[in-house]
Design a protein around this ligand. Structure first.
Ligand code: HEC
Length: 116
């Protein structure tokens, strides 16, 4: 009886493991080339995708000050290792240039093709 239980447990573990491996984000789902070109893109991509998809970053549009707040939040609340001065500068320069605040009628939003 005990032996049978052990087999069932083992079979269960073998069945569950591959399913778990499929959940969760891996950086391989995205590559830096998919995102706005600019100096520091690769550095920023790899700094952020250690934890989450870069899409989460790219969908934001913020001022430099608010990007700084975001970085601080990542460090304070999510255990991101703080970037040292030069890396931080590189990342902030990229984020500021590539993902600035969007105007309400920015190019990224839906636009009426008939309005001129
Ligand atoms: C050590 C882990 C870690 C790293 C590294 C990290 N983040 Fe995050 N970040 C998180 C977690 C956890 C969340 C919240 C959970 C989620 O939404 O996936 C988050 C959420 C965010 C959000 C969404 C916040 C919101 O208001 O919804 C932004 C923007 C963000 N991160 C920016 C960045 C940027 C930019 C970088 C790289 C410079 C970065 N993160 C690197 C852990 C990290």
């Amino acid at each position: 009886m005990m032996q049978r239980l052990a087999w069932l447990t083992l079979a269960g573990a073998l069945w569950i493991a591959p399913a778990m491996a499929q959940t969760g984000f891996t950086p391989r789902d995205e590559s830096p080339e998919e995102f706005a070109a600019g100096a520091g893109r690769d550095e920023t991509f790899y700094a952020c995708t250690a934890c989450h998809g870069f899409r989460l970053v790219a969908q934001q549009g913020m001022t430099r000050a608010r990007w700084e707040d975001s970085l601080n939040l990542m460090v304070r609340s999510h255990n991101m290792p703080p970037l040292d001065g030069k890396d931080r500068e590189t990342v902030l320069n990229y984020l500021e240039a590539a993902y600035p605040p969007r105007a309400p009628t920015g190019r990224r939003g839906w636009q009426n093709p008939f309005a001129k």
